[in-house]
Design a protein around this ligand. Sequence first.
Ligand code: C5P
Length: 203
Amino acid sequence: MSFTVAIDGPAAAGKGTLSKEVARHFGFAHLDTGLLYRATGLRTLDGTDPVEAAQALQAADLEDADALRTPEVAQAASRVAAVPEVRSALVNFQRAFATRAGGAVLDGRDIGTVICPGAQVKLYVTASDDVRAERRHKELTGKGMDVTYDAVLDDLQQRDARDSARATAPLKPAEDAVLLDTSRMSIQEAVAAAIALIEAAQG
Ligand code: C5P
């Protein structure tokens, strides 16, 4: 039996950490779908066509986490993510992952709206721009990256604007998603809230 948890929201809202912790708690598999767009975006930086890049994506392309985490690649990801043929090239992989036996958590922008509209649990995670920029700045500088707070804030705001405005699968909460604003929550509190919702849905 499959059980799918869809976690969507804007950039750096805490979806990644939340998804990992929730997946660990329930023994579910976890897919960070942003990595698919980042890996596609990374390939386009050398001039590769975005649709060809998405169609040629291999599991190994998702493994070089540090190369995929730069702000430059994030911007490239958000640009290729607006191309409908890129998105459709990535649908089957995500749906197969979501319906695997044993349960799955997918985080992204359109999981509850487009990829898994029938997900048993849908969460839409947000936080204020300041809080998100602060968290992401700390994360990137902690990895030794030389980025300013202002550059991080700018990246998030630009991506959110592009992700929300695109015609195909824009960033928005599913109608039946539960909203979770983590601006004033610790990660433990956010994880506890998500676990309670999932337990309630499991019955
Ligand atoms: O989640 P992350 O910040 O890694 O995503 C990078 C970019 O990939 C986003 O800004 C967005 O444009 C795109 N994305 C998407 N749909 C998803 C996941 C990510 O369009 N499900």
